[in-house]
Design a protein around this ligand. Structure first.
Ligand code: GDL
Length: 718
């Protein structure tokens, strides 16, 4: 096993570790970045990648040179990074509108980077994430593919800059989910791997944009294609995609065995600078941990002789929160903190001369407001409420489970005439809704658990109060909207449980007829979400992510039996009595093997158990349709000549693999020259109707000549 530090490729030694400021939204200030460098140095991280998406001159106006004032600020920042032994990598994202084949464009790129080089920067990066992957006609004439265009320009710029020691490239397909048909078969990634000069490193976010887990195998696979170990751009703590989420859990689900397989890890964390103490601190602990129990050749802060080198997310979190607490307790604003309860006890005797000291109330006057000091328990609770993208912390999970139990149990009790029909409440009861079942609170067990739930809610409110009184106001302000939101959410749940137990009137707490604006939680986006079936209101508590790893591969004749088995199984699930006697569907004939798929038009989805889905197509369905007397109109066949049939077993809870498989199939069909695809379904097959509707590209079509017992879902292939 090779050590990160002993890697020989292009002589680069150390494991790249640190932070990428790569999120959408308000960039950090120069002061915050300088603060970050100090922390990185203290915790043993060595790199900062400057890539704020919404900084004008980083992306949208990438050609524009910096003004004198901006130049001065960047120069100072680069020098601050040096002072703290942090490598400053300047990234630019020209992909929104660059014409790769135009030498003036490449010259503009070089000129901009030359300017930044003049500020003292010697490490650079070109980013091509989140852009259209279609080339303009001019580029298409010059380059064989998008990957060739990007790699050619990147190589040229890299050489122009004198082959810098660190030079990073972010591909457009920067995670496995974006690769077609898969990482190992992605022609885009293969071209990048073959064409990019060996001294250039490649950024990679893992299986997904925000990867739940990153396995050693997945990194070995992508490294083989890229011909170099990637630098992980980790979005585990990024929160720019949802204004209600914040991530204060530890760096997790990346085994430390990855360290020797990687060129480095950079975390792209929460937008709010001060919310990133845990994200960066725990990454630093992870980087120090060794896969084999011994220290790695990474930059580390001193004093590590007696350390336990194995990484435990829980321990790393405790270390981070202990240090964070210190920071919370450090006043950062003129005027200083209000006194804390503990300090008040040690205070000097009451002063009488008002002009010399702070105001001290006299007898029978109002006592001074005092705040309780924040505790480590508070920070632990905070982290558990705002944990990780695919996981709530322990307390959050318990609260959700308990609320679920309290609600279910009270509903059951309300429905049970033996427990619910007591004379005292029967006159209050209305037919629907859990809020009207006060008898559910009659059992001792229910009441005990309701009280426990109430205590947990109270602890959240207490934590909120102590946080809002913490002396460090900057940290508080960065957390404020989130803690306020959770306090309200918990408040609603608390009131609801009281109504379940008959201790509060539902209408008073929850369903006021004339609510204040906070009665319309989540605004327009919240309303949209509540109206959407399935995806829109998916919750982490009931639908934790699957840990299954899926692969998509081409269909081969040996798969026929298994495919038929899945088709039969799924047909049984979706069928009603009547459909058994109805004439066959074209898509069923394709699944059943009565019609063979066209070459290169079959894909199979597999998980660790085996085949769990398929997508097959017949590019020209006319003759097959004629066979079972299902000929559609000429116009329909012209617009939608190809037939598809897709099935995915219910155990595939994650919709992403099926989407990917269909995306790949549609692109093969398009390459064959087809203008559109269709599939025929029974009107009673709601599951598949919903499945196709959710894909977005399919819609129900009225096709002349087809019987009324069939629904056609079709998609154009532009
Ligand atoms: C992305 C963007 C990143 C953003 C993140 C989370 C990469 C390479 N690019 O896709 O800028 O912050 O998602 O929303 O991750």
């Amino acid at each position: 096993m090779s050590e990160p530090g002993s890697r020989t490729r292009s002589g680069t030694g150390r494991f790249i570790s640190g932070v990428v400021e790569g999120f959408y939204g308000r960039p950090w200030t120069m002061e915050q970045r300088t603060e970050l460098f100090k922390r990185e140095q203290k915790w043993g991280l060595n790199t900062y990648l400057y890539a704020p998406k919404d900084d004008y001159k980083h992306r949208m106006y990438w050609r524009d040179l910096y003004s004198a004032e901006e130049a001065e600020q960047l120069t100072a920042l680069i020098s601050a990074a040096k002072q703290h032994e942090v490598e400053f990598i300047y990234a630019i994202s020209p992909g929104l509108d660059i014409t790769f084949s135009n030498p003036r464009e490449v010259a503009a790129l070089k000129k901009k980077l030359d300017q930044v080089k003049g500020f003292g920067c010697s490490s650079f990066s070109l980013l091509f994430d989140d852009i259209e992957s279609e080339m303009c006609p001019a580029d298409r004439r010059t380059f064989g593919s998008f990957a060739h265009a990007q790699a050619a320009v990147t190589n040229e710029v890299y050489r122009h800059l004198g082959e810098p020691h660190s030079f990073l490239f972010c591909p457009t397909d920067y995670c496995a989910a974006f690769c077609t048909p898969s990482v190992s078969q992605s022609s885009y990634l293969h071209t990048v791997g073959q064409t990019l000069l060996p001294g250039i490193d490649v950024l990679w976010t893992g299986p997904k944009v925000v990867s739940h887990k990153i396995s050693v195998e997945s990194i070995e696979e992508v490294s083989a294609v890229l011909k170099r170990p990637p630098v992980i751009w980790d979005n585990i703590h990024a929160n720019d995609y949802d204004p209600q989420r914040l991530f204060l859990g530890p760096y997790k689900d990346r085994p430390t065995d990855l360290i020797p397989k990687l060129r480095g890890v950079l975390t792209n964390p929460n937008c709010e600078f001060h919310s990133n103490f845990v994200a960066v601190h725990t990454l630093a602990t992870w980087c120090k941990a060794a896969a084999d129990g011994g220290p790695r050749d990474v930059d580390m802060a001193g004093g590590e002789e007696e350390q336990d080198w194995s990484y435990s997310p829980q321990k790393a979190l405790s270390l981070a929160l202990t240090d964070w607490l210190q920071e919370f307790m450090t006043a950062d604003q003129p005027g200083g903190p209000r006194r804390l309860k503990k300090e008040l006890c040690d205070e000097e005797p009451m002063q009488t001369d008002m002009s010399e000291g702070p105001y001290v109330p006299g007898p029978e006057e109002n006592p001074l407001y005092t705040a309780e000091p924040l505790t480590l328990d508070d920070l632990e609770l905070l982290s558990e409420l705002f944990y990780l993208p695919y996981e709530h912390g322990a307390t959050a999970r318990t609260m959700l489970q308990e609320l679920d139990w309290l609600q279910t149990d009270s509903r059951a009790a309300a429905a049970d005439p033996l427990t619910s029909a007591t004379p005292s409440d029967s006159d209050q009861r209305v037919p629907a809704g859990p809020a009207h079942s006060p008898t559910a609170g009659q059992t001792a067990e229910w009441r005990r658990r309701a009280q426990q739930f109430d205590d947990m809610c109270h602890a959240v409110v207490q934590m909120f109060n102590r946080l809002s009184n913490a002396p460090n106001r900057r940290i508080l302000y960065d957390l404020y909207t989130y803690i306020c939101d959770i306090k309200s959410g918990v408040g609603l749940a608390r009131a609801y449980v009281k109504t379940l137990g008959g201790r509060a009137r539902a209408s008073a707490q929850l369903m006021n007829d004339d609510p204040e604006p906070w009665g319309f939680r989540g605004g327009l986006s919240g309303e949209f979400q509540r109206m959407l079936p399935g995806h829109g209101n998916r919750d982490l508590f009931r639908h934790p992510p699957t840990t299954a790893v899926y692969s998509i591969r081409p269909y081969c004749p040996e798969d026929k039996m298994e495919l038929q088995r899945i088709s039969r199984e799924m047909r049984r699930e979706g069928e009603d009595e009547a459909s058994v006697t109805q004439p066959p569907l074209l898509s069923d004939c394709l699944s059943a093997g009565e019609i063979s798929p066209s070459p290169q038009c079959g894909l199979v989805l597999e998980d660790e158990i085996g085949m769990c889905g398929y997508a097959v197509a017949l590019t020209d369905a006319k003759s097959a349709a004629a066979k079972i007397q299902r000929a559609a109109s000429e116009a329909f066949s012209e617009d939608f000549p190809s037939l598809v049939s897709v099935q995915v077993l219910p155990r595939v809870a994650d919709p992403a693999p099926a989407r990917r498989m269909i995306g790949q199939l549609l692109s093969s069909i398009r390459i064959s020259g087809s203008r559109g695809v269709f599939c025929d379904l029974r009107p009673s097959d709601r599951r598949m109707l919903e499945f196709y509707s959710r894909l977005g590209s399919f819609r129900a079509i009225q096709a002349g000549g087809l019987p009324g017992d069939v629904v056609i879902m079709a998609a154009s292939l532009p």
